[in-house]
Write a protein that binds this ligand. Structure first.
Ligand code: NAP
Length: 252
């Protein structure tokens, strides 16, 4: 909505909408929770660490569900308990770095369970509710440029994000007929506390930055704003896209 100065007033953009965000405790998920709450959404935060959820609840007054999404049955129970949901952000993700020759089954399976399987399970619960209510909806899966690029030590992570992009397209095709849009955001290095540690070595950071035409890493709020765009009405004909938030990394 435009105010008298011509600026867009987004304070009520998501009023009356319940938005479920997985991995809302930290990083990109937390930035999305703060932004969407500021734009009027009722945030339902689903994450692992109870302390993070308590502090988020104090900050924005959200509903919280503590769960380990690697556990399929627990993920399904938590997703069902969170209903009804109008908008979903599948953001929780993990990266366990191992050289390809040493990737073990346990790390591979856990990565796929959290980054892909949980996204599917949570989306199934949300989409069933949206279909029953006939309301339509929007889903954003937080993927990565790793869906497109082979980064050393990231075999399980890259495979999981490529799978998440593929899942996004299938969801867009099947759920689109019910008015439910599904898209992915694919950030490059985003300066969450975890990434700040991983990229604090200036030589390592310089190498990565040299591949990003805009010559800087992404801020969590910039990913959150892209998520909000894909959840909102301004993207009403965008369905099945993987939208890079990468300063041009993939354009090279
Ligand atoms: P982060 O700071 O580590 O935060 C991840 C959040 O997800 C935490 O709240 C974490 O909870 C939660 N989570 C992880 N595993 C979970 C599980 N098994 N069950 C429930 N919650 C779980 O990560 P981030 O950097 O914000 O990343 C968020 C998403 O963006 C991920 O999907 C990641 O792959 C993607 N991404 C990140 C970057 C980057 O550079 N940061 C770049 C591209 C894509 P706990 O802390 O309690 O475990």
């Amino acid at each position: 909505m435009m105010n008298s100065t011509g600026a867009v007033d987004r304070r009520n953009e998501f009023s009356g909408k319940r938005v479920l965000i997985t991995g809302a405790g930290k990083g990109i998920g937390r930035a999305a929770a703060l932004l969407l709450a500021a734009r009027g959404a009722s945030v339902v935060a689903l994450s692992r660490s109870a302390d993070d959820l308590r502090s988020l609840e104090r900050e924005i007054g959200c509903e919280t569900h503590a769960v380990d999404l690697a556990d399929a049955a627990a993920a399904r129970r938590a997703a069902l308990a969170a209903q009804p949901i109008d908008l979903l952000v599948n953001n929780a993700g993990i990266a366990r770095l191992q050289p390809f020759l040493d990737v073990d089954v346990e790390a591979f399976d856990e990565t796929m369970a959290v980054n892909v399987r949980a996204a599917m399970i949570v989306a199934q619960a949300c989409a069933r509710g949206m279909i029953e209510r006939g309301t339509g909806g929007a889903i954003v899966n937080v993927s990565s440029i790793s869906a497109h690029i082979g980064f050393a030590l990231h075999a399980a992570y890259c495979a999981s994000k490529a799978a998440l992009d593929a899942l996004t397209r299938v969801m867009a095709v099947e759920l689109g007929t019910y008015g439910i849009r599904t898209n992915a955001v694919n950030p490059t290095v985003t300066l969450t506390p975890m990434a700040e540690k991983a990229w604090s070595d200036p030589d390592k950071a310089a190498q990565m930055l040299s591949r990003i035409p805009l010559n800087r890493f992404v801020q969590p709020d910039e990913v959150a704003q892209t998520i909000a765009y894909l959840l909102g009405d301004e993207s009403r004909m965008i369905n099945g896209a993987s939208l890079a938030v990468d300063g041009g990394f993939l354009a090279r």
